[in-house]
Each structure stands twice: as C-alpha cells, then as structure tokens.
Write a protein that binds this ligand. Structure first.
Ligand code: ADP
Ligand code: MG
Length: 398
C-alpha cells in the first residue's frame, strides 16, 4: 500500500467531515453503519450531502463498503487513515508537501515530506496488521476474536510508542532522529542525512565503528532498554566532516539509531534473549561485511543489567507507560510485532495472491509512478502552491 495523495486536493470540506465521522464510528464499530455516519458528520445538507460524500470517498478508496455485513456500512481503509493524518499535519502546519517514498518496509512506508519552509522531514506510516488483512479468511475470524486486534489500533500503538521513545531518547542525548509530530498511525521526524549501515561496503576502521555501535547498544541498556531490532537496517551511519589542526579534513562515522516500536525493557521476561540477539546481529554483520571480529567476548546481558540506571542514567523503560500506554496496549503491540516477525517469510512476495474479500483496500502497486504524490491542480486550492519536492497538501478548509 503506497501513499497516494492525488485525490487529496479534490476533497471538499464536507468530505473531510464524513471521513472523520467514519473514523469516529470505527472506534466502536468494525463496520460503521451508514446512519451512524450521517449522525456523526452532522452535515447541513443532511443525508443527501452525506451520501454524496460517501460515494466520493469510496470512489477514491478512502472508505470501503462492506457488503457481507448484516447491515449496510463502511470501514476506513489505510488510505483513509493516511489522509486524515496528513490533513491533521497540514492544518497544524507540520507538513506542507509530500515527496518520494524513500523506504518500504513490510510494516511501514517511509516518505520524504517538507514543511512550509521547505525543510525536508520524514513521515513514517506504520502498517501493522496489514498481513492479517491480506491473508485468507481464517485470519479474519482470528482478527475478530482478538479484541483490539485491528490494524488501525495496532498501527497507532506502534506510532505512539515509537514517538514516545524517540522523544525520551533524544532528551537523554542519544543519537536518534528528532521527533516532530505524531498523528494516528504516523510520525514525522527529522531527516537524517545518512545511509543505513547495510549500504556501506567498506569503512576505514571497522573496529572503531563496531565499538561505537556496541557502545550505543550499551547506552540503551543503561537506560533500561533493548532495541529489539538492532541491525544494519536500523543503524544509519552519518559522516561528520571536520578539519584537524593541520587543516586536513577528517571524517568520523557516527551511528544513529532508528525504528523503535519493538523496544523492550531490560526487565522483560525474555530480555536476555533480545539483548543477545541484538549483539549477535551486529557481530555477524561486522564479520560478514567487514571481516571484523572483536577480540573481546560479549557484551553480556548480565553485565549490562548491572549498569541499568547507573551513572545517573535515567531509566526510560517506563516511558511508554508514563505516556499513557496501558499494560494491555503494550501486550497487544508486542503480540502483533511477534506475529509479524513470524510471518515475514510468508510475506516475501507481497503480490503473490492471498488477497481476500476483506482486502478491498486500494492496492496500487501497479499504478503509474510518474506522478506519485502529485495532488493535481485546478481546484480551489491551487493558490497554495506546490512544494519543490512534491505537492502541497490542501489545508483545513472549514
Ligand atoms: P521499518 O519499521 O519499516 O523497518 P524504519 O524506521 O526502520 O522502518 O525505516 C526504514 C528505512 O527508511 C530505514 O532503513 C532508512 O533507510 C529510512 N529512514 C527511516 N527513518 C529515517 C530518517 N529519519 N532519516 C533518514 N532515513 C530514514
Ligand atoms: Mg527498520
């Protein structure tokens, strides 16, 4: 599922109201009954106006009619939720335009966006639970039985958790992107001008980079945290250039860590397994890619455990709970992330079939890329101009 902002410009303020009504209705209804949409959107034009908007929204795939339900109703699609988040960012002046997609995970889309001053930022859209929606019918029953198991809920939890950790880590001076905003299943953060470690074929001094990467892992541990997916994709390597005394340019490599929805506490019941897995991931990568193996064994969990909270390190493992997360939310999210890890292989070719009747999202894998993110022109919003790297998002119009 790719974010396609083309239809955004063509939505009228009534359409946004109706879309918002479907979102509100989704909190208590898996399929939102049409009369409820009418009630929640409270349009002046009455039911007719609502029906017109419903058709417009369904046509561009922001809501989807659910036919087999006992009653007539609609549900919000990923596209619909994406639009609502963008609409919020736009009205808060946090995002002005949407540019290229720079990363595609199985559980996220990473987009380049820009603010009103044309400062580039990164929009991360969480797409947890998509797997369940894509796969066959048995999964649907499973989803129904699992309370709170919806993609909307899980993806929002992932975004909230990631935002909370990024904020806390930055406050403690750890090298992470700057979190800028959060809405629904998405976050906006600063763009790091760096490549993932994965894309780096050689470094002048693997031993020192290895040291940096491991010491970052140990710094997290000191704050009571295990990254949980600490690998060459989630560590960006920034080149810092500086001039030494003789005026010669020296380059130092600085690891910056990203991707936090799966972070766990050093107190987690499987903490040692997660810790060792993170350490081994790094060791394996340095050995394969750079032919570097450290002389020192470890680091070991039991040693790291002793450092938690030491030297004045603030414990951050309670951060998400402090930011309004309940234990149940954390458990739901953890279960979903585990499930996704387990089904990665099965998902290797996302377009290999397995589409079900639940999956009526507007999948657009084969759509024309040439005008990606282009919102088009020729309506009341053209006076807002178009960002250099994409096109502007129409602002709140009511
Ligand atoms: P996922 O959960 O899908 O793995 P990530 O947060 O790891 O998502 O991001 C996927 C990729 O997008 C990263 O490997 C990196 O290349 C790029 N990326 C993500 N965030 C940023 C950022 N703030 N600055 C630059 N690149 C980023
Ligand atoms: Mg990642």
């Amino acid at each position: 599922m790719k974010l396609d902002t083309r239809a955004m410009r063509h939505l009228a303020s009534e359409d946004w109201r109706v879309l918002t009504a479907v979102e509100m209705g989704s909190k208590n209804h898996e399929i939102v009954p049409t009369p409820l949409i009418e009630k929640l959107s409270r349009l002046r034009g009455g039911a007719n106006g609502v029906h017109r908007s419903i058709s417009a929204l369904a046509k561009v795939g922001l809501i989807a009619r659910v036919k087999e339900a006992k009653y007539d109703g609609y549900r919000l699609t990923y596209g619909g939720l994406d639009y609502l988040a963008l609409h919020t960012y736009s009205s808060r002046k946090e995002v002005y335009s949407v540019g290229d997609r720079i990363g595609v995970g199985k559980e996220s889309d990473i987009m380049l966006v820009a603010d009103h001053n044309n400062v580039q930022r990164v929009l991360k859209i969480h797409r947890l639970g998509r797997i369940s929606f894509r796969s066959v019918k048995s999964n649907r029953d499973y989803l129904k039985n699992r309370q709170g198991g919806s993609w909307m809920y899980l993806s929002r939890l992932a975004a909230m958790k990631e935002y909370a950790f990024m904020t806390a880590l930055l406050e403690e001076g750890l090298p992470v992107p700057t979190p800028i905003a959060q809405s629904r299943h998405t976050i906006v953060m600063s763009l790091i001008d760096a490549f993932p470690l994965r894309q780096i074929s050689s470094v002048p001094d693997p031993a020192s980079l290895y040291g940096e990467v491991i010491s970052l892992l140990l710094r997290l541990a000191k704050h009571g945290l295990i990254h949980g997916d600490y690998n060459e994709f989630n560590i960006l390597i920034k080149e810092n250039k500086s001039l030494d005394e003789s005026g010669e340019e020296t380059i130092t490599l600085e690891p910056i860590v990203i991707d936090f929805p799966q972070m766990v506490s050093m107190e987690h019941q499987n903490a040692e397994m997660y810790f060792d897995r993170d350490v081994n991931c790094i060791k394996r990568f340095f050995s394969r890619r750079f032919g570097f193996t450290s002389d020192e064994p470890g680091p070991f969990f039991k040693d790291a455990k002793k450092t938690v909270g030491k030297d004045g390190a603030k414990r951050l493992d309670a951060t998400v709970e402090a930011s309004g997360f309940t234990k149940k939310m954390l458990k739901d999210l953890e279960a979903a992330i585990k499930e996704k890890a387990g089904s990665k292989e099965e998902q290797a070719s996302p377009h290999s079939g397995g589409e079900s009747e639940v999956d009526d999202e507007t999948e657009d894998g084969d759509s024309d890329d040439s005008d990606e993110g282009n919102l088009g022109e020729g309506d009341s919003h053209t006076d807002e101009g178009v960002g250099a790297d994409g096109s502007s998002i129409p602002g709140e119009s009511d």
